[in-house]
Write a protein of this length. Structure first.
Length: 367
């Protein structure tokens, strides 16, 4: 499992840079980047902050390009929260320079959470150095390796936040850690299992982002607070399921774990790799329909979620709406599309569809 630039979106963060066309037009200016931590001064802190900005460029260019669109009072926690989740996901998924046991993965993940519980303590600093020193041996991806090696810099910025923000970040990361470990040991058999897996890896970031908005908003009504709470996980689940469907062929070829429910393969008496064989096309399309139908169940709840975000967070809402609209368009482009299984590259939406979304993403949400 990789945080598929997930609801942060593999963690595929889920904001799209081109949404700036819409946001800048509506708001007239860009927010001051990382303004929430300006009060913390000092050369070491500034070095750590600069490192986090650069690391974001390395581990997720699309997220780095779009995060300046997010409102100032939630921007820095989102950046650091993403980097910490990326480190957690690296220990869960990207360890691969040598044979690593399941228990070693779990131990590394738990040590990270112990560090985040008390990042300024002496024991946390010792543990952070130990994890950082292990990066050369354990971590495959060079950008993720560099992030782990520089974990202490991320923790420096983390420590600058108020206690409520730190508690919120750690609580949601704990939930993610619990679920990641559960599905290291458990297969996804049913759609219920798929919902649970997607909640842990993508719904928890949605929960964190939503809590930041709810607790900082001066405008949000009780009704919209309830709507956000009821639908926050649907946003993450929808985006993650789109990625899981779209990346099926790529994950098979890369020997990644497959998260299509195994009951579907049992039903059709197939192994996952059999779906890449043209002679199984009919069964492939039946399974694809089932996956798309399941993901589509989240569309209306996500619309309700996005429409409940208060106007003071119009930047966050616009970026999220772009991702949602792109996801819906991607689902539509995959319906009855054999390229999901037999194409050279993952299915993408047309330039025309993309440009239409970028011109006014919120029109798509209200439609």
């Amino acid at each position: 499992m990789c945080i598929r630039d997930r609801a942060w979106g593999k963690l595929k963060p889920t904001f799209i840079y081109a949404s700036s066309i819409y946001v800048v037009r509506k708001r007239g200016k860009m927010p001051s980047l990382y303004g929430t931590v300006k009060s913390k001064t000092g050369e070491m802190f500034q070095d750590s902050l600069d490192y986090c900005k650069g690391a974001l460029q390395s581990v997720s260019r699309s997220f780095a390009l779009t995060i300046p669109l997010v409102e100032e009072n939630i921007l820095a926690p989102i950046m650091v929260g993403y980097l910490e989740a990326r480190i957690l996901d690296t220990f869960e998924d990207d360890i691969g320079k040598r044979e690593i046991s399941l228990q070693e993965r779990i131990n590394s993940m738990n040590i990270l959470m112990e560090i985040l519980e008390s990042p300024d303590s002496k024991s946390a600093k010792i543990k952070a150095k130990k994890l950082a020193d292990s990066a050369d041996e354990l971590v495959r991806n060079p950008n993720y390796r560099d992030l782990v090696k520089n974990m202490e810099r991320v923790l420096t910025v983390h420590s600058s936040f108020d206690e409520r923000t730190k508690e919120c970040m750690v609580r949601w990361l704990k939930e993610m850690n619990f679920g990641m470990q559960k599905f290291l040991k458990q297969e996804v058999y049913s759609f219920k299992d798929l919902n649970e897996y997607c909640y842990y890896v993508a719904g928890t970031p949605s929960g964190f982002l939503t809590e930041l908005i709810r607790t900082r908003s001066k405008e949000i009504s009780k009704e919209n607070t309830q709507i956000l709470s009821e639908n926050e996980r649907d946003f993450g689940l929808f985006l993650q399921k789109v990625n899981i469907i779209r990346d099926f062929r790529e994950d098979i070829l890369d020997n990644e774990k497959i998260f299509w429910p195994s009951f579907l393969f049992e039903k059709h008496n197939l192994q996952p790799e059999d779906l890449l064989k043209p002679e199984n096309e009919e069964k492939c399309m039946e399974m694809l329909d089932a996956m798309i139908d399941n993901a589509s169940l989240h569309i209306e709840p996500v619309k309700a979620y996005l429409n409940a975000i208060p106007e003071e967070y119009a930047g966050f809402r616009a970026g999220a709406a772009v991702n949602f609209a792109m996801g819906v368009a991607t689902l539509q482009s995959m319906r009855n599309n054999t390229e999901v299984f037999f194409g050279e590259k993952p299915v993408k939406i047309s330039h025309e569809a993309r440009d239409s979304i970028l011109m006014d993403p919120l029109a798509f949400v209200s439609g």
